[in-house]
Ligand binder design. Structure first.
Ligand code: NAD
Ligand code: DAU
Length: 361
């Protein structure tokens, strides 16, 4: 797709971790793009992520508070605005929450995606089926299930999800592909590995461990800590999505990954050592606690990103060893943000679900 002036992008879930980074990046680097951020502001969405920049970019940025499950509000939005691109991030995204309460994952991730596809298709048909319209569905490597010690997920690896979260994302991926094959909607699916960076909600491993070290709390490591994740700096993920929306081929899937595989215990130990240096302390590793494993815990994720590299020319720009330090610094310098997102619902959920988490050593 060629870049032309004045593209209007609908970003769903733009007040969450990756959506926030994506929108901030676009506003700063793509002067011809305007953005509508559509977000329900669940516990994971934070509108103040844009407080410092929304007035600077007020002609190119609009926030709409709404739920992707609500056909009426989505319909109204598509009546009001002519979008060239939809980038669909909105989802329930935390695996542990999908185990303690799966229903909202089906509602938002499956039904919500269906509503968005319907509204996009209706508008695309009304506009005469423009070939350069794009529906980018941001999905996860977790749809592929678990790897053993060797091998990588490719775009043709069969789907084999383990958690209610990954099953709901898998279902939504299938709907997106069905809307391309059946109705011709120019859609693309991206499947990405674990992200880290600024604005990530502190229920996920990296920010949770950083904050617990800061507060000298236990550091919960599931099982034996040997599960492996393939980490990608969020800015690299955002660049990859931009590359896909500018150069990607409709109907295709692109895997996105950082090639930075680490067992969880190594991540936790690294964060202990980095934080000890930053805070002029020692012995944070003594806070590590091996706790009961996550049910259905996938052993290893690893992405083969050669398709997006070879066909679209994207590669990660950031090295894990450097970007993880940036990330630690961001959390150390943004304790107000942390306090605001951890008040209320999050604290309540942690107390309800994790209070009986037993230590297994
Ligand atoms: P997040 O939980 O930080 O943010 C999700 C956002 O979606 C929040 O702003 C929330 O308010 C919004 N939202 C939730 N339900 C909604 C609804 N019904 N209607 C409208 N908005 C709603 O998630 P994230 O980590 O930024 O992930 C974004 C997307 O990327 C998800 O689809 C996720 O599956 C995918 N993904 C995430 C990662 C990762 O490592 N975080 C990796 C690969 C793919
Ligand atoms: O792979 C992409 C996925 O990465 C995304 O689709 C998800 O939205 C995102 O949440 C993430 O899923 P994970 O389950 O891999 O992320 P999480 O941060 O929850 O856990 C990372 C690893 O750390 C995992 O093996 C579980 C482990 N873990 C997690 C927590 C929260 C712990 O050992 N202790 C913890 O307290």
């Amino acid at each position: 797709m060629e870049e032309k002036n004045n593209k209007k992008i609908l970003v769903t879930g733009g007040a969450g971790f990756i959506g926030t980074n994506f929108i901030r990046n676009i506003l700063k680097t793509k002067p011809f793009f305007s953005v509508v951020n559509f977000d329900a502001l669940t516990y994971a969405g934070n509108i103040s992520n844009f407080a410092d920049i929304s007035s600077i970019y007020d002609e190119r940025y609009r926030f709409v508070h709404g739920d992707i499950r609500d056909a009426a509000i989505i319909g109204k939005l598509f009546d009001e605005e002519d979008f060239d691109i939809v980038v669909h991030f909105a989802a329930e995204s935390h695996v542990d929450r999908s185990i303690s309460g799966p229903e909202v994952f089906i509602d938002t991730n499956v039904n919500g995606t269906f509503r968005l596809l319907e509204a996009s298709l209706k508008k695309w048909n009304m506009n005469g089926k423009p070939d350069d319209f794009r529906f980018i569905h941001v999905s996860t490597d977790e749809v592929y299930g678990s790897l053993g010690d060797t091998g990588y997920f490719t775009e043709t690896t069969p789907y084999d999800p383990s958690s209610p979260y990954s099953a709901s994302k898998a279902a939504s991926d299938h709907f997106v592909k069905a809307y391309y094959r059946t109705f011709g909607l120019p859609a693309i699916v991206t499947n990405c590995s674990n992200n880290y960076g600024s604005f990530q909600f502190p229920e996920k491993l990296i920010p949770l461990i950083i904050l617990n070290i800061m507060e000298r709390k236990d550091l919960p490591v599931y099982g034996d800590g040997k599960n492996v994740r393939d980490w990608l700096y969020v800015i690299d993920h955002c660049d990859a999505i931009l590359t896909v929306l500018e150069k990607g081929k409709q109907g295709e899937t692109y895997n996105i990954g950082g090639g930075a595989e680490y067992p969880n215990i190594e991540i936790v130990e690294l964060l202990c050592d980095l934080m000890d240096k930053k805070l002029n302390r020692s012995a944070s590793r003594e806070l590590i606690r091996f706790v009961n494993d996550r049910p259905g815990h996938d052993m290893r994720y690893a992405i083969d990103a050669s398709k997006i590299k070879n066909e679209l020319g994207w590669s990660p720009r950031f090295r894990f060893e450097e970007a993880i330090i940036e990330t630690v610094d961001w959390y150390l310098n943004n304790t107000d943000w942390v306090d605001s997102v951890r008040s209320g619902e999050y604290r309540h959920w942690i107390e309800k679900n994790y209070s009986d988490r037993s230590v297994v050593e």
